[in-house]
Design a protein around this ligand. Structure first.
Ligand SMILES: Nc1ncnc2c1ncn2[C@@H]1O[C@H](COP(=O)(O)OP(=O)(O)O)[C@@H](O)[C@H]1O
Ligand SMILES: Nc1ccn([C@@H]2O[C@H](COP(=O)(O)O)[C@@H](O)[C@H]2O)c(=O)n1
Length: 202
C-alpha cells in the first residue's frame, strides 16, 4: 500500500490536486481520506459553542482515530470513516465504509503536524497558494457551499485561520517531499505525482 499525505492551507487547492491525481487511477485502486471528516465529535456542545470553535488548531482533529484507521487499512481491514457536516459544525451519525486499496491519499490542512501520521506517509506533498488567493477561494467556497456569510468567513480568518496557518500549517512545508505551487493550475506537478504512483504500482 502506498500512502500519500497532501497538506496545505485552506483554499490552496488540495482537493483539486487530489481529484486531478486520481483521474488517471481506477476507483478500485485508490482511497481518499479527508482530514475534515476527522474533526472532533462536538455533540456535547451547543450550536452556539460549536460555531466559536477554533477549527484550525491541531487539537480540533481526532488524530487518534485517523491514525487507528490508517493502521487498520494497512493491515488490510475495512474502516468506517466518520462523515462531517460543515453546516452543523459536527460529525453526523453517518459513516462511509472504506475498503483497503493499493493507494491511500490523505488530505488536510493539519495532517503534517502530527508526527505519528507523518511517519506513515510514503510521499508527503504540500500544496501552496498565496494567502490572498486562498482567502478569495475560501470566501467563494464557504458562501456557496458551506452555508457561511462574508462576516463569518472574515471573522474566522482573522481570529483563528490566519494565526493558526502561520503557527502550525505553513511550517509543515519543511516536511514535504514535493511542494506544488497552485496560484495557477499546475498540470506538470500533477503529472509527476501520477508518474510516481504508476511507477510504485507497477
Ligand atoms: N489552481 C487553481 N486555480 C484556481 N482556482 C483553484 C485552483 N485550485 C483550486 N481552485 C478553486 O479554489 C477553491 C478551493 O479549492 P480546493 O481544492 O477545495 O482547496 P482546499 O481543498 O485546499 O481547501 C475551489 O473552488 C477550486 O475550484
Ligand atoms: N465546522 C468547521 C470546520 C472547519 N472549518 C474550516 O475548514 C477549513 C479546512 O477545510 P479545507 O477544506 O478548507 O481544507 C479550516 O480552515 C477550518 O477553518 C470550518 O469553517 N467550519
Amino acid at each position: 500500500m502506498l500512502i500519500i499525505g497532501i497538506a496545505g492551507g485552506t483554499g490552496s487547492g488540495k482537493t483539486t490536486v487530489v481529484n486531478q491525481i486520481t483521474e488517471e487511477l481506477k476507483n478500485e485502486e485508490v482511497d481518499v481520506i479527508s482530514q475534515d471528516h476527522y474533526y472532533q465529535d462536538l455533540s456535547h456542545l451547543s450550536m452556539e459553542e460549536r460555531v466559536k470553535t477554533n477549527f484550525d488548531h491541531p487539537k480540533s482533529i481526532d488524530f487518534d482515530l485517523l491514525v487507528k484507521h490508517l493502521q487498520e487499512l494497512k493491515e488490510g481491514k475495512t474502516i468506517h470513516q466518520p462523515v462531517y457536516s460543515f453546516k452543523e459544525h459536527n460529525r453526523t451519525s453517518e459513516t462511509v465504509k472504506t475498503e483497503p486499496r493499493k493507494v491511500v491519499i490523505v488530505e488536510g490542512i493539519l495532517i503534517l503536524t502530527n508526527p505519528e501520521i507523518r511517519k506513515m506517509f510514503d510521499i508527503k506533498i504540500y500544496v501552496h497558494a498565496d494567502s490572498d488567493e486562498r482567502l478569495i477561494r475560501r470566501l467563494k467556497r464557504d458562501i456557496n457551499e458551506r452555508n457561511r456569510d462574508l462576516d463569518e468567513v472574515l471573522w474566522r480568518y482573522q481570529t483563528t485561520l490566519k494565526p493558526m496557518h502561520q503557527q502550525f500549517i505553513e511550517p509543515t512545508k519543511e516536511f514535504a517531499d514535493i511542494i506544488i505551487p497552485t496560484n495557477r493550475y499546475n498540470t506538470v506537478a500533477v503529472d509527476i505525482v501520477q508518474t510516481i504512483i504508476k511507477d510504485r504500482l507497477a
